[in-house]
Design a protein around this ligand. Structure first.
Ligand code: FAD
Ligand code: FES
Length: 245
């Protein structure tokens, strides 16, 4: 177990399944819930998940120690396409966990963004692999003073990118998409929706006619204009539509 910050921990487990950057697993927390988690570390025999404690199931995972067992199924989802030329990888908050394997496998330029320096996670690991890693914090306590999208525009003014890969809060993804449109570059955004089966069966994660767990969670610049619910609404655990703004 690695303590990434005051509320986020990484758990490494033995698993020799083949996993692509951007894919996720369903983690069963006995007696409580089964929840989706991005795979934040990919090695031949081990994988990892990086968990931010926000509710019952994630707090329970935080109590796990060496030798404890959890049940994982997957991997699920499409993952990122790392063959899109010169890439800039952007992680916001705990969304950073989902993009770390893309940074490790591509060595691409990267941004890790967070509210304050205490919320920045996995920057040491990203720095080892990324050609140019920059940090952005909303309060300026570490790195660039501002948000991920402002820093992304600065980096795109210095260098021509073909595609931006991002995972983070939906508002960050929305403005990343807008900026990519303005700059005329491609993007791949990893989306989050409430998930039960994780495997394309139950339909609870739908955005328009896409299942985020199976058709996504990564959507590119050709698919995103078809997602009319993007940064507008999502479904709650009962399937009711809830406004995001
Ligand atoms: C594809 C995907 C990848 C994710 N990767 C990570 C990750 O790498 N690290 C991480 O810390 N978190 C990740 N999450 C979010 C994580 O699943 C939720 O934080 C977790 O389910 C919260 O459960 P809880 O019982 O602790 O909190 P709760 O109090 O039950 O829920 C808090 C909030 O978490 C979200 N949530 C709860 N259950 C689910 C569910 N079954 N599916 C989707 N969202 C849910 C809802 O927005 C809810 O309001 C990911 C979500 C998705 C969809
Ligand atoms: S979570 Fe069941 S279809 Fe996506």
């Amino acid at each position: 177990m690695i303590e990434e910050s005051y509320d986020t921990k990484t758990f490494v487990f033995g698993w020799n399944e083949e996993v692509r950057p951007g894919q996720f697993v369903m983690v069963w927390v006995p007696g409580l819930d089964e929840i989706p988690m991005s795979v934040s570390g990919i090695n031949a025999r081990t994988k990892s998940i990086t968990v931010k404690a926000i509710g019952e199931a994630t707090r329970k995972i935080h109590e796990l120690g060496v030798g404890d067992r959890i049940r994982i199924r997957g991997p699920y989802g499409n993952g990122f396409d790392l063959s899109r030329g010169e890439m800039l990888v952007v992680g916001g908050g705990v969304g950073t966990a989902a993009v770390i394997p893309a940074i490790v496998q591509s060595g691409a330029d990267a941004i890790i963004a967070a509210r304050t320096k205490d919320d920045v996670i996995m920057d040491d690991l990203a720095r080892r692999y990324s050609k140019d890693l920059r940090i952005a914090t909303d309060d300026g306590s570490m790195g660039f003073h501002g948000n991920a999208v402002q820093l992304m525009k600065e980096m795109a003014a210095e260098k021509r990118y073909d595609c931006v890969l991002a995972c983070g809060p939906e508002v960050m993804l929305y403005f990343t998409y807008k900026a990519c449109q303005d700059l005329g570059i491609g993007c791949q955004l990893s989306m989050e929706r409430y998930m039960k089966c994780g495997a394309g069966i139950c339909g609870c994660c739908v955005m328009d006619d896409m299942r985020v767990c199976k058709d996504g969670p990564v959507f590119d610049e050709r698919q995103i204009p078809l997602l009319t619910e993007f940064w507008k609404s999502k479904r709650d655990p009962c399937g009711r539509i809830v406004s995001l703004r």
